[in-house]
Design a protein around this ligand. Sequence first.
Ligand SMILES: [Zn+2]
Length: 262
Amino acid sequence: MRFVVFSKRSVIAVAVAVAVMAGIVAAACVSASVRAVASNGMTIVIDPGHGGADGGVVGTDTGKKEADVNLGISLSLRHFLREAGYTVVMTRDSDVDLASPGESFKQSDMRRRKEIIEQAQPDLVVSVHQNYYPLRSVSGAQVFYFEGAETSADYAERMQNVLNAALGCDRAAKSADYYILGCTPYPGVLVECGFMSNAREESLLVTPEYQRKVAYAVYSGIVALLEWDSSVARSARFPYGAPAAAFGEPVTFSGHGGVTQP
Ligand SMILES: [Zn+2]
């Protein structure tokens, strides 16, 4: 039997190589763990509108469901936000509705979304929808805030400005009584990213590339409005962790119902 005898030099060389490899692995692990936990301390709820039995509006030319476009944009938005250190809570991350059997569908679905928001206690709620209007020439991203909610109005205005610049439209933020915006005291905006009734916009909205572009624009808007707000003492204006009463009783469950005025 022959024993393999390592020279002292080769033992040292192997030891050095092992140490280098261990270092590389350790560095990779550290960087992965730092990446996973590098939170910026802010929580965003993304609410992809509709889903499951509720497809939302339907594209005039493609027949594609709004719910699917909303989800595609929302998943990309989650990616961008997580990369930037935000904690993201989704009301849904697949093609499902949130309604419980035996209850009124829309009310049950929306109530579940409300519960998710309340549990998350977010810095911002972003509800993602697509618009529809009988006049096919109407186009452009439109941001809504809940009537009388001052912080959300400021946020919506800033989000609208970013979307106008990024997507080449020219709209002003509007107030509405949408349930998802008024059902909790947390600030929120509802973004109608484009019109599924406009030929050009619909053809873009159904593509993953444009969905990513819209998601990045919304992400940029979120960063812009939260940075702006941190400079005007957001915490002094909004009592985190101690939800006050919601803004009255919101009346519109459907988001837009397909007839939002442009
Ligand atoms: Zn919708």
